[in-house]
Design a protein around this ligand. Sequence first.
Ligand code: PLP
Length: 397
Amino acid sequence: ATARLPRGRQFFANPGPTNIPDSILKAVAHVTIDFNDPAFLAVYDHCVAGLKRVLRTEQEVFLYTGSGHAAWEAALVNLFSPGDTLLVVETGYFSESWAKMAQDLGLKVRTIAADWRRGVDYAAIRAALAADGAHEIKAVCAVHNETATGMVLPLTEVRAALDAAGHPALLLADTISSLGSIDFRMDAWGVDVAVGGSQKGLMLPTGMSFTGVSAKAMAAHAGSRLPKSYFNWTNMLARRHKSFIGTVPTSLFYGLKESLRLLEEEGLDQVFTRHARLAEAVRRCVRHWSGNNGPQLFCLSPDRYSDSVTAILMPEGHDAEAVRRIALQTFNVSLGGGLGRLGGQVFRIGHLGDLNEPMILGTLSTVEVALRLAGVPHASGGVDAAIAYLAEAARGG
Ligand code: PLP
């Protein structure tokens, strides 16, 4: 396949960052404004209140100028002391990365090992907590949606494991690729810290992240001794914005105001239904391709399918990067690659954010062309399976 000059709109099918709707692009292009200007403060307060509705929390929210990693770090340094132990539920590349960050910061990590394709066994979480009678574990860290594998981790199961053991550990949830795409309820699910970012379900540019923080987590913060300054929640609370040590990224708030308008105009439940529908269309297509020893769904547990991203496992001996290269260079479709140990073995289709049927069908059709050009075995016509499903769904079937 030959590279071509990109023309037309790029089909951006990465699982984050995601497509930014035109109305958000326009909103972000706001002239400079003093972040203490009353006109901006009104927008700011409106956005923080809206973000709490999306997180489904009535507790504190702290925001950071920085990508999701900043909010990961903020959560850790604000809650813990050197040598504290965390229990990390293994989901994939992102649970590993968060665990490594915790170790870099001087925390001890125990991992509940899990098969990346099947997901953790809830009994293993229950057993680890039950065995910790001395309550050495200060928190359980769970990635709600593992972006690298395309799998969800039902947080209610993690909460239930904590409750069953009567264990006082905090529950920290990474919602970076679930918030605004897959149902998440911080307060109802007893999540103590919810970590989120701007560039996925919220459809904003990268560069802002945040944490919802429960009263129980604020109490833990009061006793925490890890060094912190820029991320220190106590320092933040002393400021008018109750977040951001330094200049507030005002443009992102004009964008967030529009993002919240879009999400609430559609209704969060409808947003989740749309994601579930588009995700199922992708899965039907991939299942069809898997005939003739073709690529298959990486996730082997149907109850853990992610509705925001699908990871697709290549047949033995075929390189996912070759498919991605053809999709991008010949057809201007940007797919996600395999992360960490999955490099070259999987490619990922992001189906979150500002997305509709024609966009997903365009992406799936192009991936099928790329499979053909790359000489990857597959059952052709996967897109027909997606079309049949989407037609049925639109009829209300
Ligand atoms: N956690 C999850 C689940 C993610 O998908 C990502 C990024 O893709 C991160 C954390 C890291 O966030 P960022 O890349 O915004 O720093």
